[in-house]
Design a protein around this ligand. Structure first.
Ligand SMILES: Cc1cc2nc3c(=O)[nH]c(=O)nc-3n(C[C@H](O)[C@H](O)[C@H](O)COP(=O)(O)OP(=O)(O)OC[C@H]3O[C@@H](n4cnc5c(N)ncnc54)[C@H](O)[C@@H]3O)c2cc1C
Length: 221
């Protein structure tokens, strides 16, 4: 067994507890498999759940946006909850009540920190870029001073997090519904990168870089 996620009143699983995992490795794998999270934040009494790109290293999740973003500015000082979700399939049971989803999901709680140190900001943006668009940090033009000033980068510790994972067939094979003679099982869902599509404005002779060619047509996550 690897290291365990610390548990507190907020992260303790209550319902569907069998799907809960406290393995730190499961959290890391869920974060590594995606690059879009949902940031839940209350702004002026109104809950906002904002989808945004993230990147992470061993202990920190980074996300960014415009300095004008209400959710990011409010999020910089308040408790937030970030979720990352991967849907792996539909669980099609004999009864609609037992229908469900195979999934991997993580919830991370805390107060994010606005990254203002210039070196840390560049490093956080590198981590975010390499997580969401691998290979592009060294290929594309990096942010200039003006672009950096227009960007809020937030860092959220991964210390307070929970994980849930559902795998496998429906749960009603040993219920009276098994006698109904209905098909039951799982319809898997996969994410894949497609073939690269060049910008129509691209001048002739500019070929895609090797790291993007390698990534295209592969499984995502
Ligand atoms: C794609 C998807 C679809 C789902 N559909 C349904 C549905 O239709 N009906 C349903 O009842 N449930 C569904 N779930 C499960 C749902 O996310 C909750 O786990 C479940 O409803 C229990 O919620 P709760 O607040 O009562 O859990 P509690 O056990 O009371 O939550 C306590 C703590 O457990 C942790 N936790 C709870 N859920 C999750 C999670 N999903 N991921 C990581 N940590 C978690 C959090 O830290 C939370 O604060 C779905 C999950 C996913 C990912």
């Amino acid at each position: 067994m690897g290291s365990l996620l610390p548990e507190n009143e907020r992260t303790r699983h209550r319902r569907l507890r069998a799907q809960g995992s406290r393995e730190r490795g499961d959290l890391d794998a869920i974060l590594a498999a995606g690059f879009v999270c949902h940031v839940g934040v209350v702004v002026d009494g109104t809950p906002l759940v904002v989808p945004t790109v993230y990147g992470c290293d061993a202990g920190t999740l980074y996300f960014h946006g415009s300095v004008a973003s209400r959710s990011l500015v409010a999020g910089a000082t308040d408790e937030i909850c970030v979720t990352v979700t991967h849907v792996d399939g539909l669980v099609l049971a004999r009864s609609l009540f037992e229908h469900g989803v195979n999934y991997r999901s993580a919830m991370i709680f805390g107060v994010p920190r606005a990254v203002t140190d210039p070196e840390e900001k560049i490093e956080g943006l590198r981590i975010l870029t390499e997580h969401s668009s691998p290979g592009q940090w060294d290929y594309a033009r990096r942010p200039n001073k003006k672009e950096l000033a227009a960007t809020t980068l937030l860092a959220l510790s991964l210390d307070e997090a929970s994980v849930k994972i559902r795998v496998g067939p429906p749960d009603d094979s040993d219920s009276p519904d098994a006698e109904l003679g209905l098909w039951a099982g799982v319809l898997p869902l996969e994410s894949r990168w497609g073939a690269l599509v060049a910008d129509p404005a691209l001048p002739a002779g500019i070929e895609p870089p090797e790291h993007l060619v390698r990534l295209s047509d592969t499984e995502a996550g």
